[in-house]
Design a protein around this ligand. Sequence first.
Ligand code: PNS
Length: 164
Amino acid sequence: MKIWVYPGSFDPITNGHLDIIDRATKLCDKLIVAVLVNHSKNPVFTLDERVELLKCALKDKPKVEIESFSGLLVDFMKKKNASSIIKGLRAVSDFEYELQMALLNKNLDPEIETMFMMTNINYSFLSSSAVRELAKNGGNIDGLVPDCIKETILTKYKATGEVK
Ligand code: PNS
């Protein structure tokens, strides 16, 4: 069974992530969307919130499982019998960081492959941080995140009084 992992902070999931998930699930038997618990980026959405948003966005995808992990990704992958990491690449600017991660992970576990998918051109400008910036400043996030999570994202900022 080909088990792949799509790791990230998903703070929050965007339509760019969703596109990679849809394409990756066509190539593997099971895709684990793995949400990093402790993150140096200090996520805006709590782990529970990020998982709830993922559950809503991925509810009709039988091959997809949502898990959270802490510590090293390769250790999580071993526990799950997963063989490959799948990542999306938007632009050259992503490459340096992703190359470093892929080589570090290869050094930690030579059995694990990191595979990259080029982003859908329609989402090449999209990131979770851009969605957060728009939501915080009252911008339109239609078409950038799955419809079912849009209100939750906007409400989060209204609740914190951060909407300008
Ligand atoms: O969505 P992000 O923030 O780009 O995701 C980064 C993530 C979660 C893929 C990366 O930080 C990660 O794999 N963290 C786990 C720790 C780890 O294994 N680091 C790589 C070797 S030092």
